[in-house]
Design a protein around this ligand. Structure first.
Ligand SMILES: C[S@@+](CC[C@H](N)C(=O)[O-])C[C@H]1O[C@@H](n2cnc3c(N)ncnc32)[C@H](O)[C@@H]1O
Length: 313
């Protein structure tokens, strides 16, 4: 059955610029999705190989189809990206680059039955990998009020977390996306209901991140990449909310600063040292024109870094 997998690759120009100078070799697309970035990266460099990873079986199937004409240079595996170290080691190739385009794809959001969006009525699911046990129904109907409050704040900076968490607990059982969206709308102050965005957007994001344990997989994956990148190899990360970006920023800055505690006026004698240089100190955001063409790029934040030679550490 053909799958209508629409997802416009975000900040593609910035991604291509980042990897333009590194030449060929192995590049891992840790969140291959609909293979938009992967396709462009394969086209950019004829001697580049892509190892694509996705935890969503449908994304894996679609990516394999889309990359079929490059099947001698592209491989797609069903895995979570915290397994990136083992996958790169198995390939026995030096790692030239890695891209992470975090979060959810437009395809996942737009497929009504998967329960990712308040725009459709569906059972509360939100699993990227349909084989895992934890789903949104379990989170919504069994988590304690204080856990719900905490994840609404941590995963979505939700200002009305207390009211929403209490509203959910009082309304149980909440079985569908529509019921959850209504509970949230009824829980927030009237003024919030009049704002442009649906008041349940942040709640859906927070629950989705919890269901898929999205934040805790980022750190081991980025550390594995930095450890394995060849000299001059590059990492690029697109994140979509402050919780994700905080983790990425911290990890890349830590690698760039090298956790050296020696006085900055003296050479490092403590043995610690930077392993990467940041390609841009500040986070990059999509242009107005990209946002106008692809509103899903609105919240994107782009960070990138380059592996330093071991001798210069
Ligand atoms: C924003 S989409 C990527 C879109 C892709 N760059 C493109 O151009 O089509 C994010 C993808 O990452 C996958 N994903 C999210 N977290 C993951 C993880 N921890 N491990 C592997 N894949 C993950 C999702 O299933 C989704 O398909």
């Amino acid at each position: 059955m053909p799958v209508d997998f629409e997802h416009a690759p975000v900040m593609l120009q910035e991604v291509l610029e980042t990897f333009e100078t590194i030449g060929g070799g192995l590049l891992v697309d840790a969140t291959v999705g609909g293979a938009g970035h992967s396709l462009a990266l394969l086209e950019q460099q004829v001697d580049r190989q892509i190892l694509g990873i996705d935890r969503d079986e449908t994304a894996v199937m679609v990516a394999r189809e889309r990359l079929e004409k490059y099947s001698n240079r592209a491989k797609v595996v069903h895995a979570t990206f915290d397994q990136i170290g083992a996958l790169v080691d198995d390939s026995q190739q030096p790692l030239a680059g890695a891209i992470f385009d975090l979060g959810v794809s437009s395809y996942q959001l737009d497929t009504a039955g998967r329960g990712f969006s308040h725009r459709f009525d569906a059972p509360l699911d939100m699993r990227m990998n349909s084989k895992q046990d934890l789903n949104a129904d379990i989170v919504v109907n069994t988590y304690e009020e204080k856990e719900l409050r905490w994840l609404l704040r941590r995963n979505a900076d939700e200002k009305h977390s207390s009211r929403i968490a209490a509203g959910i607990v009082n309304a149980r059982p909440v079985r569908t996306t529509r019921e959850l969206a209504d509970v949230v709308r009824d829980s927030v102050p009237a003024a919030v209901r009049r704002l442009g965005r649906h008041p349940a957007m942040r709640t859906f994001q927070a629950i989705r991140i919890e269901v898929n344990d999205e934040l805790s997989l980022i750190e081991p994956a980025i550390r594995s990449v930095i450890e394995r990148l060849q000299t001059g190899g590059r990492i690029a990360v697109l994140s979509y909310h402050s919780g994700e970006d905080r983790i990425v920023k911290h990890l890349l800055r830590e690698a760039a600063d090298g956790l050296c505690h020696c006085p900055s006026s003296l050479p490092c004698v403590c043995g610690a040292g930077p392993t990467v240089r940041l390609l841009k100190r500040k986070v990059r955001r999509p242009t107005e024109s990209e946002i106008a063409h692809n509103p899903r790029a609105t919240s994107a934040r782009f960070r990138s870094a380059e592996r330093l030679p071991a001798g210069e550490l």
